[in-house]
Design a protein around this ligand. Sequence first.
Ligand code: FE2
Length: 199
Amino acid sequence: MEAYEQQRKTLEGTIEAMARVVETRDPYTAGHQRRAAQLGCAIAERMEIPEEEVAGIQMAGFIHDLGKLRVPADILTNPGRLSDHELGIIKTHPQVAYDILKDIDFTWPLADIVFQHHERFDGSGYPQGLAGEDILIEARILGVADVVEAMASHRPYRPALGIETALDEISSHKGTRYAPEPAEACLEVFADGRFSFES
Ligand SMILES: [Fe+2]
């Protein structure tokens, strides 16, 4: 095996190990990161973005909620409504992950993608309130995939809303909350009928 390939395998293994660490604390993150990564890649491929960037979306997807490590487990698994204070703690997770990842020399801009996955195209997201193309394309794509997976799945505070509701959210806010091309590509991925989430 070539040195490059070997290095890449090691990197992927490290990222998967990090993913497993978050998932041991929050059973609802388990599977969510992997499935969001899977959908993010399908959207990216549909948009025909370069293969290397698709790989970056996959890796960032696997660990996008890494910062939840710093969120107390009882907040993550709270079945009730969260207070503003608790929501504020959850909203620190992109920054926490950024701080963990920023000095690691990955092939892809993983720290920034993860940092930006809750930014919204119209500037209504967090933590920086970035808008439009100031948000990395990888983060614009992962943001859509994250919302769809989260809405389609069961959460401690609500049953699954289902894929139809998730896709309604994307089509009603295409071009506002969600960047137009990733939103459109996401709708096409499902309209195609060939995509389904891994279990
Ligand atoms: Fe997140």
